[in-house]
Design a protein. Structure first.
Lengths: 178, 207
């Protein structure tokens, strides 16, 4: 069986990496460290911006970059870690259009992943799927769950071309099974 | 108030102390008359410091402030009519125009200010970012992270601590045990005394 899920993500990142205004940021994005690190291998090194583990600050940095014309692809390798950025995501990025009367609508592409339980179970703090909760909390940020390989490239293409921000949720397990 | 020596005056501030006070007095009047159906946070007592500070802030610079933001918006170029209308429309806590943004979540603007400063650095822009926070916000964990990151990567971001020694209605030294920390010289810091309550005018309910 030919695995397509991860290769579609790599294709999407490579495509985004060719855009002049994109920048990729997160912990272990410029260095290896987790499964997501390997998906930016086709992105020019100068576009990979390594960050410390600063989840909330990272989301605000992404918003600030977007306010100034960049399109950040901000990477949270596990859904469980994105929880730490909720203030900046829900109270700020998601409310900015309303608070600025439509004047400010930053475009941030947020990547996260539901941690894999096989062949190794990463445990309750690394494998949660909060998709439905995020859909209920977010009003301006679109939430997209990437279940099938053929969804992936069009979803990232849309996230880049449309106005506003998108949260794209991957399945870590599918990197090696689908 | 300590102004770091590398900063230079880049703008003539034409709005006067009396005009700032008059603006807030009119807002207080409208609020007391029941014409503002939303929370407001009024300033008074820090006009001299802000008029001095905004002479160092270029009109193209980004300014981030918090819930008590009317003076900052006026001094950065928002028209009195636009701000007045926004406040009457219930937007006192979310003032926004061009390169000016606010948040009413404690510390909420700090990460966005860092990202904006990073963008300016990556674009090799001459502009700067100015982030106004209170003495309560100065003691939060997010400020500590942001300040460290900003300093280590030499981002064009100037923090200003506006110290009224209050955390909402609680004295900050009570909330934190005591204000034992020293504010570094590269952060602008000034003290002032609140002349209005944390929000509103003291005439109505808390929200």
């Amino acid at each position: 069986m030919k695995l397509q899920y991860k290769s579609e993500i790599i294709k999407s990142m490579t495509w985004l990496g060719q855009k002049p205004d994109t920048i990729f940021l997160g912990q272990a994005i410029g260095y290896p460290g987790h499964a997501m690190s390997g998906t930016v291998e086709g992105v020019p090194t100068k576009k990979l911006y390594e960050l410390p583990v600063i989840e909330e600050l990272q989301m605000g940095i992404s918003t600030g970059l977007a306010l100034s014309g960049f399109v950040p692809i901000t990477c949270y390798p596990r859904f469980d870690f994105l929880i730490l950025a909720m203030n900046q995501l829900v109270n700020h990025l998601d409310k900015m259009q309303t608070m600025s009367k439509g004047e400010k609508r930053p475009k941030v592409i947020i990547r996260t992943s539901i941690g894999s339980k096989t062949p190794l179970d990463a445990g309750p703090q690394h494998t949660q799927n909060h998709t439905e909760a995020f859909k209920r909390m977010l009003t301006e940020v679109e939430v997209v769950l990437l279940e099938e390989p053929e969804q992936i490239f069009p979803a990232f293409e849309k996230a880049y071309s449309k106005k506003g921000s998108t949260l794209l949720i991957e399945y870590g397990e599918y990197y090696s099974t689908k | 108030m300590n102004i770091p020596k590398h900063l230079e005056k880049v703008r003539e501030v034409t709005i006067t102390k009396e005009e700032l006070i008059d603006f807030e007095t009119k807002i207080a009047y409208e609020y007391n008359e029941g014409r503002i159906k939303a929370a407001i946070h009024l300033a008074k007592g820090n006009e001299d410091e802000l008029i001095e500070l905004f002479q160092y802030i270029h009109p193209e610079d980004w300014v981030f402030a918090a819930w008590r933001n009317h003076y900052h918006a006026l001094l950065h170029g928002m028209s009195r009519n636009d701000l007045y209308k926004d406040i009457l429309d219930g937007r006192s806590m979310s003032t926004s125009f061009k390169n000016f943004y606010t948040s009413s979540i404690v510390g909420g603007i700090i990460p966005i200010a860092v990202g904006t400063a990073l963008a300016l650095k990556l674009k090799r822009s001459d502009s700067k970012v100015w982030c106004f926070i209170g003495d309560m916000t100065y003691r939060t964990g997010i400020f500590y992270e942001a300040y460290k990151y900003t300093k280590n990567f030499n981002l064009p971001l100037q923090f200003i601590v506006e110290d009224n020694e209050m955390s909402v209605h609680t004295p900050t030294n009570i909330a934190w045990g005591k204000k034992q920390d020293i504010i570094p010289d590269d952060i602008i810091h000034y003290k002032y005394e609140m002349s209005y309550p944390h929000h509103g005018t003291g005439r109505f309910l808390n929200f």
